[in-house]
Design a protein around this ligand. Structure first.
Ligand code: HEC
Ligand code: HEC
Length: 266
C-alpha cells in the first residue's frame, strides 16, 4: 500500500520538520502571518502574551507519569460541578460549534491540554483565555479524573458512517514541497487516532474548532505543540485548505467509547 509506506517514511520527515521548526518559528512570524490574513485577525495573539513555552517532551514524560491515579466516577462530578458541561455539553459534545467537543479524546491528550491551560502554556486568544480561567482551579486529581471520563465517552457521531465528502489530499499525502507531513501519519487513519494515545483525535471534532486551532497555530497564537510541528504544518495552509480539512474531519465518525476500569491509571 503506497500510502502506508509513505506514512512510515514520514516519521523521519517529521523529525526533520521538527528540527526545522526550532529555527523557523518566531513570534515575529506569528505576528506577520496574523497581520497578513484579516480572517485570522480574531485569532491574533492579544497584547504580547506572556504565554509560557510548550512543555518539552522530556518534562512532559516526567509530569505525565507523576500524575495521580484516575477515578472515572469522580470525572462525572468534575465535569458537572466545575461547569465544564455548560460549555462542552453534558456528554462532552458541545451544543455550540464555538466550543470543542471533549468526549472521545485519548486520556493523555486531555491531561496535557488541561495542564497546558492551567500552567499558562495555551493562552492569548479569547477562546483560550476562557478555558485558562476554567482550568485555573483544577487539581491534578480533578484533571486525571475528567480526562478518564472524556476518554471513556464516545466522540461525536462515533456510530455513524462518514459523510461522502472527498478526502483532501493533505490527509494521506501531505505536501512535501511545503514540509507538510500527512495529517494521518500522526492523527491516525481512522477515528481511533494514533495508537500511541498522545495525539488529539480530530475525526468527528467540531469544524469551527478545527479551523480555530489551525489558524491559532498558523498565527503562532497557539504554541502548545511540543515539537513546533503543528506550527510548521499550518504555516502555509490557506484559509480554503483549512476549511476543507476541517469540514472533512468533522464529517468523520468520532472516536468510539473506550472501556475503562472505574479506578485506573489508563
Ligand atoms: C466558558 C466556556 C468553557 C468552560 C466553562 C470550559 N471550557 Fe473547556 N474549552 C472552552 C473553549 C472555548 C476551548 C477552546 C480553547 C482554545 O481554542 O484554545 C476549550 C478547550 C478545552 C479542552 C481542549 C480541547 C481541544 O480539543 O483542544 C479541554 C480538554 C477542555 N476545554 C476541558 C474543559 C474542562 C475539564 C472544563 C471544566 C473544568 C472546561 N473545559 C470548561 C470553553 C470552556
Ligand atoms: C508529526 C505529527 C503530526 C502531523 C503530521 C499533524 N499533526 Fe496535528 N497535531 C499533532 C500533535 C502532537 C498535536 C497536539 C499539539 C498540542 O499539544 O498543541 C496536534 C494538534 C492538532 C490540532 C488541534 C487539536 C486539538 O484538539 O487541540 C489540529 C486541529 C490538528 N493537529 C490538525 C492537523 C492537520 C489538519 C494536519 C495535516 C495537515 C496535522 N494536524 C498534521 C501532530 C501532528
Amino acid at each position: 500500500m503506497k500510502s502506508l509506506k509513505f506514512l512510515a517514511g514520514s516519521v523521519l520527515f517529521v523529525l526533520a520538520a521538527a528540527a526545522h521548526a526550532e529555527c523557523v518559528i518566531s513570534e515575529a512570524d506569528g505576528a506577520q502571518n496574523a497581520a497578513a490574513s484579516s480572517a485570522a485577525a480574531v485569532q491574533a495573539p492579544l497584547a504580547k502574551t506572556e504565554q509560557v513555552k510548550a512543555i518539552t517532551p522530556q518534562d512532559w514524560q516526567r509530569v505525565f507519569s507523576a500524575m495521580p491515579k484516575a477515578n472515572l466516577m469522580n470525572g462525572f462530578a468534575v465535569h458537572s460541578k466545575q461547569f465544564c458541561a455548560s460549555c462542552h455539553g453534558k456528554e462532552g459534545l458541545s451544543n455550540t460549534p464555538n466550543w470543542p467537543d471533549v468526549a472521545g479524546q485519548p486520556y493523555a491528550v486531555t491531561v496535557k491540554a488541561l495542564l497546558d491551560f492551567r500552567e499558562g502554556r495555551r493562552k492569548g486568544t479569547h477562546a483560550a483565555d476562557l478555558m485558562t480561567a476554567a482550568a485555573a482551579g483544577l487539581t491534578d486529581q480533578q484533571i486525571v479524573d475528567v480526562a478518564a471520563l472524556y476518554a471513556h465517552l464516545p466522540g461525536r457521531g462515533a456510530q455513524s458512517k462518514p459523510a461522502a465528502i472527498p478526502e483532501p489530499s493533505l490527509v494521506k499525502s501531505g505536501d512535501p514541497a511545503r514540509y507538510i507531513t500527512p495529517c494521518a501519519a500522526c492523527h491516525g487513519v481512522s477515528s481511533s487516532g494514533n495508537s500511541n494515545g498522545q495525539v488529539p483525535v480530530i475525526h468527528g471534532q467540531q469544524a469551527d474548532s478545527i479551523v480555530a486551532s489551525l489558524k491559532d497555530y498558523r498565527s503562532g497564537a497557539r504554541q502548545s505543540d511540543m515539537l513546533g510541528e503543528m506550527r510548521v504544518f499550518s504555516r502555509s495552509l490557506t484559509d480554503a485548505e483549512i476549511e476543507k480539512l476541517a469540514r472533512w474531519y468533522a464529517a468523520q465518525p468520532g472516536r468510539p467509547a473506550v472501556e475503562m476500569k472505574l479506578e485506573s491509571k489508563p
